[in-house]
Design a protein around this ligand. Structure first.
Ligand code: NI
Length: 177
């Protein structure tokens, strides 16, 4: 198990378009284990491989939803080479955040329901209808595969405000921007 460093804005590698996974081998399994450990360590609910510097179409997601006052059981889901089919015209708004834009949040609207198709760790294809936070999270993580961050969905003014707040936080904490 390894915790990998997470790339943060303005790291140019986050703008990479990731390439499809073709080999479902032991190396892939190790990467996915490390991504999952890294996501939990950072208290995130999703992570794309490019966020740890690997430009491959791999996501891990665990919404970690639990009843009030209970701790969520770990149930990581892996999405390899994901695609979105039939996005709804209806939109849903969520206050999104991202481990690559630490501790900043903003409302983003996306299709409320989608049908997703992806491959699992053994290369087997799956399809599922998704809504709610799962639909939002998958679409957010899939954006990373195209080099897009949630702040890219905001107006220029809002995006600049978020980045300003992030830099202020980094300065206060003595972290180099
Ligand atoms: Ni993100």
């Amino acid at each position: 198990m390894s915790i990998l460093p997470i790339l943060e804005v303005p790291d140019a590698r986050l703008k990479t378009v990731s390439v499809p996974v073709k080999e479902f081998d032991a190396e892939l399994k190790t990467l996915i284990e490390d991504m999952t450990d890294t996501m939990y360590d950072a208290h995130g609910i999703g992570l794309a491989a490019i966020q740890v510097g690997v430009p491959k179409r791999i996501l891990v997601i665990d919404l970690q939803e639990a009843p009030e006052g209970e701790e969520a059981e770990k149930n990581p889901r892996v999405f390899i080479n994901p695609e979105i089919l039939d996005p709804s015209e209806e939109l849903a708004g969520y206050k999104e955040g991202c481990l690559s834009v630490p501790e900043q949040y903003a409302d983003v609207e996306r299709p409320a329901t989608i049908r997703a198709r992806w491959q699992d760790i053994d290369g087997k294809t799956h399809e599922e209808n998704m809504d709610g936070l799962m639909a939002t999270c998958l679409q957010h993580e899939m954006d990373h595969l195209e080099g897009i961050l949630f702040i890219d969905h905001l107006s220029r003014l809002k995006r600049q405000m978020v980045l300003k707040k992030l830099n202020k936080m980094r300065k206060e904490r003595g972290v180099a921007a």
